[in-house]
Design a protein around this ligand. Structure first.
Ligand SMILES: *Cc1c(COP(=O)(O)O)cnc(C)c1O
Length: 831
């Protein structure tokens, strides 16, 4: 990996004269020369070689140009007394890096010229890069957007994650069904990572604990006979936008220690001894493909502890290397932001390191830990609340478990003092759940151990405080806050939508790319009297739609007409996101066309995409339904092109870069109260799509920003959904609404599955059950009505153009630059 011969400094305090490592020249001549050197002398490839080699040669050329900024940023961060934040996340859904660095470094023209000498375009070469898909969906992509914004804001933030060998699975569709295939994303090597074996850590597992008194008579614990695993860091550069800042994302890869089990070894069990090696290497082998639920898998807990332990050891080492030594100042200099409960074992692990390794007293260690941990909650779905069996902890993490017990005992004493005799409250608030089996409530551990707890959109944070976290809010109201999510405008507009980017910059300059609030200056241009601008706006959108239509044609064999309304829902497939509601509307449109009711409706191309967790049977069946409906609709001559439906396979970051800029209508139709924030909604809005959505998550803030004239709102509100529970009568909606009745009857009749009878019964059963938690049928009518308003608006081209411009112009708030500024002002307090 390091064959380019680039080296990095060690992490000793850097004297000022070591700062300002010289930049490599970035003229197009210099780039061309380096690029050709890599191509010919390093890779040994010539004109006409497969494009992947050209990609690698360009990536190396650019990486070299990141190195000086990377080293200098590191040196600047690495000084005594400097405060830093660490973002702990099991997921970083990064996508491709090349074009992002080209944009950030301002090397577009130079790169294109270098490639021209090789007869290649930047676009085709960039296509060769495999997405770094180290995440499931929104939560992982958020981490990636945060990293981008922190670098652009020049905030000293380092990401810590896992270097999975296999990222998010690749999705194929066979006979309409999802088929998963492993994603060996590192097969061709990863030019964007630097292995730093010099910072390898040891992470203990198993064994048992021993208790003793040290020389001064203080009780101490030792974690003995552990099976250790090595954690080797791989660093990825995170470049800021044209500011010479390059932050680090440090990903841990697991490896066996070279110490074999000597007993087994000597007993002649060589292969069994080597097995242990295998076991260690499994930890970072694969990303768990469940979006918002994980159920008790031992390997997953190993991953969590592996990340937490290695990262904390590394942060302590860095802090010392920067010249600090007084541990009582550690919390002044360091803050750890935990991305959901996944890395929450970090609370116990920092205590362990401070108690057992650093020999602090409990109160000192707790003062430090509870002042440098911060927790972000990402979901209210009950199945996503992590609980780990105590029995598993006893076997895998006996020492952290003892520490959790002690944290809990001290915490419950506090609860008992505040609410004497309130046993039920103590039971509710205990970190240990007793019934039905003893389990550790990771969210409670996170809350008790953190000084800040935030939700990810205003509604979500409010619902957390009123519901799940209510007891804790009564105890510590000051800990709770909101940080509405965002997305990075560099990747999601400047890179993904060059046409619109050029148009916007031609009117308001380029400042918006680093300060998205500037987009508000487009608002006056939305008014009539700006017809030239409007025509250019439509032309940019149309070019993007032509590009997406080509992708859909290639991937799905379905022809999308760029003059039709592009109606898009892409996100993980989950019942709460209600792809089913979308399908019901498609069937409704189809039914109308079949009955000759064409008045008022417009030509639509409906695109749906997303992965289902491999074990989520219902979600996989919904994919089959979408494909079955698409088959019938697209091949029915009566439909005659008025309606097209496609399921785009293998939805990922790089496909979203083509999808969002081409979308007219963004579907954000979750059951109210269930989507914590959503971030897909923001990418669409920035790119001039209009949203049809429920009053949920960040949709609410999008609606506030753009105004109800420019948003298609429908459906029950969160409180109405809750009020309806227990008395929900799905059949009554069918009785009252003949259109819904006909849609359901079509499904029941097997119209979409003549060759596979009965396959959609489970879906019908779920929708028609009074216990349907997602209340799909309850929102059908208002959804269809809202879609009719969409049709009307679309038929008025000037009106739609105005709405589109106003959506982009109002999207400034949804930049992760703003989100990161809020985290910094309220939680991290970095300088
Ligand atoms: C933005 C994004 C998501 C999150 O989408 P939501 O609609 O907010 O669920 C998921 N996956 C990918 C690839 C994304 O880019």
């Amino acid at each position: 990996m390091n064959s380019a011969g680039t080296t990095m400094p060690d992490e000793k305090p850097v004297s000022p004269n070591r700062i300002a490592l010289k930049q490599l020249p970035d003229s197009s001549e210099a780039l061309t020369e380096d690029f050709q050197r890599y191509q010919f002398y390093h890779l040994g490839r010539f004109h006409g070689c497969p494009a992947v080699y050209t990609y690698h040669a360009l990536a190396w050329t650019l990486r070299d140009r990141l190195m000086s900024d990377w080293m200098n940023t590191y040196a600047e961060r690495d000084q005594p007394g400097k405060r830093r934040a660490y973002y702990l996340s099991l997921e970083f859904l990064i996508g491709r890096a090349l074009s992002n660095h080209v944009l950030n470094l301002g090397l577009d023209a130079a790169s294109r010229e270098a490639l021209q000498s090789f007869g290649q375009t930047l676009e085709t070469v960039a296509e060769e890069e495999t997405d770094a898909g180290l995440g499931n969906g929104g939560l992982g992509r958020l981490a990636a957007c945060f990293m981008d914004s922190c670098a652009t804001l020049n905030l000293p933030v380092m990401g810590y994650g896992i270097h999975y060998e296999y990222g998010m699975f690749r999705q194929h569709i066979e006979n309409g069904y999802q088929v998963e295939e492993p994603d060996h994303w590192l097969r061709d090597g990863n030019p964007w990572e630097v292995e730093r074996s010099e910072f390898t850590c040891r992470v203990p597992f198993g064994g048992h604990t021993e208790h003793f008194h040290d020389k001064t008579g203080i009780p101490r614990a030792r974690w003995a006979d552990t099976s250790d695993v090595l954690a080797i860091p791989y660093d990825m550069p995170i470049s800021g936008y044209r500011n010479h800042a390059v932050n680090t994302l440090r990903l841990w890869k697991s490896a066996a220690t070279d110490v074999f089990d000597l007993n087994e070894f000597n007993a002649g069990s060589y292969s069994e001894a080597v097995q242990a090696k295998n076991h260690a290497e499994h930890i970072s082998m694969v990303l768990y493909p469940n979006d918002s639920s994980e159920n008790g898998k031992e390997l997953r807990l190993r991953q969590q502890y592996f990340l937490a332990s290695a990262s904390l050891q590394d942060a302590l080492r860095q802090w010392r290397a920067a010249g600090n030594s007084n541990l009582m100042q550690f919390a002044e200099h360091n803050v750890f932001q935990m991305n959901d409960t996944h890395p929450t074992i970090a609370v116990a692990e920092l205590m362990r390191l401070l108690l057992d390794d650093e020999r602090l007293q409990w109160d000192e260690a707790w003062a430090i830990t509870s002042r440098c941990m911060a927790y972000t909650n990402h979901t209210l779905l009950p199945e996503a609340l992590e609980r780990w069996p105590v029995a598993l902890f006893e076997r895998l993490l006996p020492r952290p478990l003892e520490i959790i017990y002690e944290i809990n005992a001290r915490f419950l004493r506090q609860v008992a003092i505040k609410w004497p005799g309130d046993i039920d409250r103590q039971r509710r608030m205990s970190i240990i759940e007793e019934e039905p089996v003893r389990q550790i409530r990771m969210a409670w551990l996170a809350i008790v151990g953190s000084f800040s707890i935030n939700g990810v959109a205003a509604l979500h944070s409010r619902l957390l405080k009123e519901g799940l976290f209510r007891d804790f809010v009564e105890l510590w109201p000051h800990k709770f806050n909101n940080k509405t999510n965002g997305v990075t405008p560099r990747r999601w507009v400047a890179h993904a939508n060059p046409g619109m980017t050029a148009l916007i910059s031609s009117r308001i300059g380029e400042g918006w790319i680093a300060d998205l609030s500037h987009l508000a200056r487009l608002k006056p241009l939305a008014a009539s009297g700006n017809e030239a601008f409007h025509a250019e706006w439509r032309a940019a959108k149309r070019a993007n739609k032509v590009r997406l239509a080509a992708l859909v044609e290639a991937e799905c064999g379905v022809t999308f007409d760029p003059s039709a309304l592009f109606d898009v829902q892409v996100k993980r497939i989950h019942e709460y996101k209600r792809q089913l509601l979308n399908v019901l509307h498609v069937i409704h449109l189809y039914n109308r066309i079949k009955h000759g009711h064409l008045e008022g409706s417009v030509n639509r191309c409906v695109l749906i995409g997303g992965k289902a967790a491999p074990g989520y049977v219902m979600a996989k069946r919904i994919i089959k339904l979408i494909n079955s409906v698409a088959d019938v609709v697209n091949n029915d001559p009566d439909v005659n092109g008025r309606l097209k439906v496609a399921f785009l396979p293998n939805y990922r970051v790089s496909s979203m870069e083509i999808i969002a800029p081409a979308t007219d209508l963004s579907e954000q139709i979750s059951t109210a109260g269930k989507e914590a924030s959503g971030t897909g909604n923001m990418k669409f809005m920035m790119n001039g799509a209009v949203t049809i959505g429920t009053y949920d998550g960040a949709n609410i803030e999008i609606l506030d920003a753009v105004g109800e004239d420019n948003f298609f709102l429908f459906g029950l509100r969160a409180d109405e959904v809750e009020a309806l529970r227990g008395r929900y009568q799905p059949l009554s909606y069918m009785e009252r609404d003949p259109a819904l009745r006909q849609v359901i009857d079509l499904l029941i009749s097997g119209h979409f599955n003549p060759c596979e009878p009965g396959i959609f019964d489970m879906i019908l059963g779920a929708m028609m059950s009074p216990n349907d938690p997602w209340m799909v049928l309850a929102d059908f009518r208002t959804y269809v009505d809202a879609q009719e308003r969409v049709d009307q608006a679309w038929q008025d081209e000037a009106r739609w153009t105005r709405m589109s411009i106003l959506n982009t112009a109002s999207s400034g708030f949804f930049s992760t630059d703003r989100t990161m500024q809020e985290y910094n002002a309220d939680i991290w307090k970095l300088t």
